[in-house]
Design a protein around this ligand. Structure first.
Ligand SMILES: [Zn+2]
Ligand SMILES: [Zn+2]
Length: 344
């Protein structure tokens, strides 16, 4: 089968590799669309991979080609989206119903061959059959949407709550959509890219702030502070600002990974104590029964038209285009949300 293989840092080759085997409990999926994730950029440009060669791609949809003898709920020809996590199902965290915290997990597109290829074999439990209302193209965006849903479900908030989202990238915009679907009130999106902020407004942000131009501390001394802050930018500055701007008894969810040191000045740290601020992290998008409510909710929101992910698809490429979408996404002027490869 044809695959886009990452042979070494910044070296993609389109080549023929062996079609995956599948077990009795597995399903062989012919991949239709696969998205490029920010984490794939780190794999490509920074060599953050477990091994070479590797086929990337964990946000994908396809059509079931074959099923193993023990597979019951999925049949050949089903249009599907795939949950890429492969938990061990045996460790303490798996037993506690926290598969994302599994000690021995595998993952399609990082620890095992991914979906930038014609076929992927996955366990039946990783397969979500798509209802007719959900197109196979938008189904490739279900995975990042589940990450956003998991993040906002880490805390409780009332309908109408004022929320600030840091970052207008894929997860930031998905978080905005999930918050609105869940009944949040005004959502303010903060970023440093005007085009991304424009896109956030187009898909439902009530307010946007370019934090390059606006001092957030000043801004929130004149405006009501958010009850909830969701940090998706993964920038040390906004990781600190999240605490600086949230109201007393407010909640902060960290979704974006830190890449630099995060230093809290004593005055900011003191806000956590004096304000009794609740802080939590969010990791991936799974619960039990696997893959979890995040996946059910994402599918339902798209099916019902409560969330429209189609405007977030800014370009569709072929595997032969190799790193083109990767280079575009890394460009600081880039304001697109999601690039897909169309496989077949
Ligand atoms: Zn991803
Ligand atoms: Zn486990």
């Amino acid at each position: 089968m044809k695959a886009l293989v990452l042979d070494s840092k910044e070296t993609f080759t389109v080549k023929e590799i062996e079609k995956p085997d599948f077990s009795e409990e597995q399903v062989l999926v012919r991949v239709s669309y696969v998205g490029v994730c920010g984490s794939d950029l780190a794999r490509y440009f920074e060599g953050k991979v477990h091994n070479y060669p590797i086929v990337l791609g964990h946000e994908f949809s396809g059509v079931v080609e074959r099923v193993g003898g023990q597979v019951r709920a999925v049949k050949e020809g089903d249009r599907v989206a795939i949950a890429p996590l492969v938990p061990c199902s045996e460790c303490e965290n798996c037993e506690r119903g926290k598969p994302a915290l599994c000690e021995h997990y595998s993952f399609v597109g990082s620890r095992q061959q991914g979906a930038m290829a014609e076929y992927v074999a996955v366990d039946e439990k990783n397969v979500l059959v798509l209802p007719d209302e959900v197109s196979i193209e938008e189904a490739a965006l279900i995975e990042p949407l589940t990450v956003a849903i998991h993040g906002i479900e880490r805390i409780q908030f009332n309908a109408g709550a004022e929320v600030v989202v840091f970052g207008a990238g894929t997860i930031g915009v998905m978080t905005l959509l999930a918050l609105k679907a869940r009944g949040a009130g005004n959502v303010t999106v903060v970023d440093i890219n005007d085009e991304k902020l424009k896109m956030a407004r187009e898909v439902g942000a009530d307010f946007t702030i370019n934090s390059k131009r606006v001092n957030l501390t000043d801004y929130f001394s004149n405006h009501s502070r958010p009850e909830v802050v969701i940090e998706t930018a993964g920038v040390s500055q906004t990781q600190v600002q999240s605490i600086e701007i949230v109201e007393k008894l407010g909640k902060v969810v960290y979704v974006g990974t830190a890449t630099r040191e995060v230093v809290f000045p004593p005055k900011v740290f003191e806000r956590i104590l004096r304000g009794e601020i609740e802080i939590t992290g969010s990791w991936m998008s799974y619960s039990v029964p696997f893959p979890g409510f995040e996946w059910k909710a994402a599918l339902q929101y798209i099916k019902d038209g409560v969330i429209d992910v189609k405007p977030l698809i800014n370009g569709v490429y072929r595997l032969e285009d190799k790193e083109t979408p990767f280079l575009k996404m890394r460009d600081p002027e880039n304001y697109s949300i999601k690039f897909l490869y169309e496989i077949c």
